[in-house]
Ligand binder design. Structure first.
Ligand SMILES: *Cc1c(COP(=O)(O)O)cnc(C)c1O
Length: 361
């Protein structure tokens, strides 16, 4: 790796594409003749308006976002959406949630503060190592929406087939799989993603919301928590996270230049296969998720003991493979291999783990 950089397997904030970081570096002191850095720019300036407009357009191109969906850049990370979603979308005060891991659990806890939450399916019985069958859920007629976390960053499970919502609006947390594969936006009422996993720097969430779900009767809600505020003001009701929008815009362009989301999916499948193939033949390391629901982005795995797990974390870190420690809530190890992780990083880590295994027989 150039610049003494390491292969960083962090779950987020995570690696960004090197060509993007280099471009940002080159524009740092003087953005395209403006005489200033993007960090120093008024968000009301013409030059910045072009940055945010292009970022939105490039994202629309990448995902094929239909015209009747708004794209919003909001602060507060993905976490604020746990609250904003029920506050804005619960008209009847009722929503169905599917519990598949730590992040959907957090969303459920917040939604319960706003209205009635029906957990229609859960994989808690097996410690969130699979996606429950959601082809025929019991969904009350007056449910406002059905909520899923499409890729559970901590537990490493992903939805390969969306739930049957029986005509209700689908809401999805795509934080840790955003832009990792093609997405048919019209299957959803609302998609959101904290960008620090698969796109850019922390501190911002992208919300893609169908226009008719944006309400203007929520005047009692704090102004910043209404989607309408952000939609009516081009994500600039107040000062947005200008820097994150700029960096994300660069990543959107970069993904387009690589061939778009179909190409990303191919690359990601190929990359994850290297790791899963290794886990499936290893006697020391074992994947924790059932094969058909395995994430392409976050791969949790374990050895036979916590002591050995810790030894592996230390050895990999010393060898230039950083952040392989599993989340504190589940232990073990986890390799996060988002869009920006090169295949060579995964291949090199697998070679290292094979060698480690051979030496510790
Ligand atoms: C990281 C993460 C979040 C929380 O993101 P913040 O930006 O830190 O609030 C929510 N959902 C998922 C799936 C995540 O991976």
């Amino acid at each position: 790796m150039k610049y003494g950089r390491v292969f960083n397997f962090s779950a987020g904030p995570a690696m960004m594409p090197e060509p993007v970081l280099e471009e940002i570096r080159d524009e740092m002191m003087n953005y395209r003749g403006s005489g200033m850095c993007v960090m120093e720019m008024s968000h009301r300036s013409k030059v910045y308006q072009q940055i945010i407009d292009e970022a939105e357009q490039d994202l629309r191109d990448l995902m094929g976002i239909p015209d009747n969906y708004k794209v919003l850049f909001i602060q507060g990370g993905a976490t604020l959406q746990f609250s904003m979603i029920p506050m804005n979308l619960m008209k009847n005060g009722k929503a169905v949630y599917i519990e598949t891991g730590a992040w959907s659990k957090k969303a459920i806890a917040e939604a319960k503060k706003v209205g009635e939450v029906i957990v229609a399916a859960s994989s808690k019985d097996k410690n969130y190592t699979y996606i429950p069958d959601c082809s025929d859920l019991d969904i009350p007629e007056d449910t406002d929406y059905v909520y899923i976390c499409e890729n559970e960053t901590i537990h490493g499970v992903t939805w390969s087939k969306l739930p049957n919502t029986k005509g209700h609006i689908l809401v999805s947390d795509q934080s840790s799989m955003f832009l990792s594969k093609p997405c048919n936006v019209s299957d959803y009422g609302l998609i959101y993603a904290g960008v620090q996993k698969n796109v850019g720097p922390a501190g911002m969430v992208v919300v893609i919301i169908r226009e008719d779900l944006i309400r203007d009767d929520l005047t009692d809600l704090p102004i910043y928590l209404q989607y309408k505020t952000h939609a009516d003001n081009g994500s600039m009701y107040n000062t947005p996270n200008c820097w994150a929008i700029y960096c994300c815009g660069k990543v959107f362009k970069y993904l387009k230049s690589l061939g778009g989301l179909k190409e990303m999916e191919k690359i990601n499948i190929d990359k994850a296969k290297v790791f899963y193939d290794f886990l499936d033949q290893s006697k020391m390391f074992k994947g924790t998720v059932v094969p058909q629901d395995r994430s392409l982005m976050n791969i949790p795995f374990v050895t036979e003991s916590a002591e050995l797990d810790a030894e592996v974390v230390a050895a990999t870190k010393a060898a230039g493979y950083d952040n392989l420690k599993g989340h504190k809530s589940v232990g073990g190890l986890r390799a996060s291999i988002y869009n920006a992780m090169p295949k060579e990083g995964v291949v090199a880590l697998v070679e290292f783990l094979k060698k480690f295994e051979a030496e510790h027989k």
